[in-house]
Design a protein around this ligand. Structure first.
Ligand SMILES: NC(=O)c1ccc[n+]([C@@H]2O[C@H](COP(=O)([O-])OP(=O)(O)OC[C@H]3O[C@@H](n4cnc5c(N)ncnc54)[C@H](O)[C@@H]3O)[C@@H](O)[C@H]2O)c1
Ligand SMILES: O=C(O)[C@H](O)[C@H](O)COP(=O)(O)O
Length: 361
């Protein structure tokens, strides 16, 4: 069997090497020529998987080691009888910890008492639910918006988008969808932003186009008092530098980039390929995950969320991710050579090791 895999997936050789030959390549460079004699394609989110990529290749299995699947033409795969697997929930914990770090930084910067703040969560799936666990741990109030889950009979209490607009912090955890009653493309638009209260915070770590980036920039340029924490950008990797300059925190799509999250992503595909091929699994997930010290956040912080950012920096300093991105992209703008897009990808490829630090149930 021949597997072609994105080079940013850890442990591919270790997990798949005993029953397959593995060729790794940069996700954006994987093209049809690489796949002509490949049986399996393993991608992350930067490879668009569609008929243009797969037509007349041997590929019979596509796996994406990610939560988001908007880069995959699943209708085409199913039409062609190509098996598809992805990695739901693999990096949900990392994103929840990113959101916590963002809120902690903002509270410190804008002098907010988090015990008096309410967080509005849009999308209550794997990531949104993990965010609720983190907020409960710290005793921070929140509300949820998720019309699809509400319609499916989820028993949690949901509120309208208008209610979410009124929160001190809004954080988005929806997939990017272009069609249907609950399409999320530009779900956060000019109208939504204009209703947010002064001094509020909007976090987008879902997909860039869930937030209308032009509207966000307009609202900052018009002097509206909203802070933005942006991990994902419209037209990634070619993001709008003016919007970056107007953001409180800007990061290069790394909210889910914990070591554990990436390893779980590869492992979930290993399980799926083994099942598809009837191969007995040789590896157990817990033997592959790093041992990381956990933070007893509940005891340390529940009583005083004012020090959240200062305490949390020991485990994850979101501002260092922001500074690295600003410095690298500023260098690109000063000198010719690499482009913004290339540097955005380099920041992601060379992202420093980050370990998960919260113990959640
Ligand atoms: N920045 C990152 O590194 C990173 C990491 C992981 C996931 N993500 C993104 O986050 C998204 C969410 O991840 P997840 O694991 O929670 O997915 P999930 O599928 O478990 O949950 C998504 C939830 O959004 C809800 N939803 C869909 N349309 C909605 C709408 N219009 N309004 C409100 N809710 C809506 C769904 O009903 C679902 O419950 C992913 O699709 C991915 O694009 C980004
Ligand atoms: O959907 C996901 O799981 C995340 O957005 C993931 O972190 C994307 O990472 P990438 O595929 O771009 O390496």
């Amino acid at each position: 069997m021949k597997i072609v895999a994105d080079e940013n997936m850890p442990l591919v050789q270790e997990l798949f090497g005993s029953f397959s030959s593995v060729v790794s390549e940069a996700g954006r460079k994987i093209n049809r020529d690489y796949l002509l004699d490949a049986d399996v394609l393993l991608v992350r989110s930067v490879t668009q998987v569609n008929s243009g990529l797969l037509q007349d290749t041997k590929v019979k299995f596509v796996g994406s080691a990610t939560i988001g699947t908007d880069h995959i033409d699943q209708a085409y795969l199913s039409e062609q009888g190509i098996k598809f697997a992805y990695a739901p929930g693999c990096n949900a914990q990392a994103v929840a910890e990113y959101v916590l770090a963002a809120i902690g930084y903002w509270a410190d910067y804008a002098h907010k008492d988090l015990r008096k703040c309410k967080v509005g969560i849009i999308g209550a799936g794997n990531v949104g639910s993990r965010v609720t666990q983190v907020l409960e741990l710290l005793g921070i109030e929140y509300c949820l918006n998720d019309p699809p889950l509400h319609e499916q009979g989820d028993s949690r209490q949901f509120v309208s988008l208008q209610n979410i607009q009124q929160c001190d912090v809004v954080t988005c955890h929806v997939p990017l969808t272009m069609q249907g009653q609950h399409a999320t493309h530009h779900l956060i638009n000019q109208q939504f932003l204009s209703q947010m209260p002064p001094g509020s915070l909007l976090i987008n770590s879902s997909r860039g186009a869930v937030l209308d980036n032009t509207a966000a920039l307009y609202c900052k340029q018009a002097g509206q008092d909203i802070d933005f924490v942006l991990d994902v950008w419209e037209n990634e990797p070619n993001l709008n530098i003016e919007l970056l300059n107007q953001s409180l925190i800007a990061t290069p799509h790394i909210a889910g980039y914990s070591q554990e999250g990436k390893i779980r992503g590869t492992y979930q595909l290993y399980q799926a390929v083994c099942k598809w091929q009837g191969i007995e699994q040789e590896f157990v997930l817990k033997d592959l995950l790093p041992e990381a010290p956990k933070w007893n956040a509940s005891a340390e912080l529940r009583s005083d969320t004012g020090f959240l950012h200062q305490n949390l920096r020991r485990f994850y300093d979101i501002k260092s991710d922001d500074q690295r991105m600003r410095q690298k992209l500023a260098q690109v703008l000063r000198q010719s050579g690499a482009t913004i897009s290339e540097e955005f990808d380099n920041l992601r490829k060379n992202y420093p090791q980050r370990l998960e630090f919260l113990e959640l149930m």
